[in-house]
Design a protein around this ligand. Structure first.
Ligand code: 13P
Length: 239
C-alpha cells in the first residue's frame, strides 16, 4: 500500500469519461510530477495499464470498482483485478456515481471494504447538494455519508476522504476558503477516529485557486476534474 504519510499534499486528476491513447501519450510527455506530492491519475479503466510510468510519486487510480468480488456480473471490474494490474487508488462514491448510477452509502462501504482488503486506497467522495446547503443540512448529510460509507477497517493510512460539494463540481463555483476549511475541520472531528484522515477538496479547482485552497490548515490536497484535462494547468496545480 502507498505510504500516504510521506507526502505533504495529494493531488488527484479525475479524467472522468475523457481521454484516448494520443491524449494520454501527449499528457505523459508533458506531465511534471513534484516529488513532495503524491500525484494520482484516474483515467478510464481501459487506459490504466498504459499510465504506469517510472516516477515513484506518480500513481494510477481507478474511477470505480465493482461491488462484487467475482462471479457472473458482466461488465464489472473487481478490486482484485485492479490490484493485479498494480492500481494503488480507487475513487468511490463520486457524486456522479451516486447521482447517475444509484450508488448508495452502503454500496460505497462494501466497495471500500473490498479495496482495503486488496491494499488499494479508496478515495471516498462525500458532499452536499446546493439544496442541502441552502437548507443548512451540510453537517447532517456529511456525517451520515461518513458514518455509513466508511467501514470499521478504515484508518488514516488506508483511506482518503474527498469533500466535493456537488454544486461546485464543474460549475466554476466554490465555497469560500473559510467554508472549505471549516467543513474539512468538521469532517476530521465527526469522530476522534477520523482526526488524522487526509481530506482532499474537489469542485472547480483550477490553477488560479488551487494554491490557496491547498494551503488551508485542514486541506490535504485536491481532487481535480476539468482542470486536470489540461496538462499545463494540472502541472501548475501540482507544482
Ligand atoms: P471539476 O474540477 O471539473 O469541478 O470536477 C471535480 C470532480 O468531480 C473531481 O472528482
Amino acid at each position: 500500500m502507498v505510504n500516504l504519510d510521506k507526502y505533504s499534499s495529494i493531488f488527484i486528476a479525475n479524467w472522468k469519461l475523457n481521454g484516448n491513447s494520443s491524449f494520454l501519450k501527449d499528457y505523459y510527455e508533458k506531465l511534471k510530477v513534484n516529488s513532495n506530492n503524491c500525484t494520482i491519475i484516474c483515467s478510464s479503466s481501459i487506459y490504466l495499464k498504459s499510465l504506469k510510468g517510472n516516477n515513484e510519486n506518480l500513481f494510477c487510480g481507478a474511477q470505480d470498482v465493482s461491488f462484487y468480488k467475482k462471479g457472473a456480473y458482466t461488465g464489472e471490474l473487481s478490486a482484485s483485478m485492479l490490484k493485479d494490474n498494480n492500481i494503488d487508488f480507487c475513487l468511490v462514491g463520486h457524486s456522479e456515481r451516486r447521482q447517475y448510477f444509484a450508488e448508495t452509502n452502503n454500496i460505497v462501504n462494501i466497495k471500500t471494504t473490498n479495496l482495503i482488503e486488496e491494499n488499494i486506497i479508496p478515495v471516498i467522495c462525500i458532499g452536499e447538494t446546493l439544496e442541502q446547503k441552502e437548507n443548512k443540512l451540510t453537517e447532517e448529510v456529511l456525517s451520515t455519508q461518513i458514518k455509513d460509507s466508511i467501514p470499521n477497517t478504515a484508518n488514516h493510512q488506508n483511506v482518503l476522504i474527498a469533500y466535493e460539494p456537488v454544486w461546485a463540481i464543474g460549475t466554476g463555483l466554490t465555497p469560500t476558503l473559510s467554508e472549505i476549511n471549516q467543513v474539512h475541520e468538521l469532517i476530521k472531528n465527526f469522530d476522534q477516529k477520523y482526526i488524522n484522515f487526509k481530506v482532499l477538496y474537489g469542485g472547480s479547482v483550477k490553477s488560479s485557486n488551487s494554491k490557496e485552497i491547498n494551503e488551508l490548515r485542514y486541506v490535504d490536497g485536491c481532487l481535480i476534474g476539468g482542470a486536470s484535462l489540461k496538462v499545463d494547468e494540472f502541472n501548475t496545480i501540482i507544482s
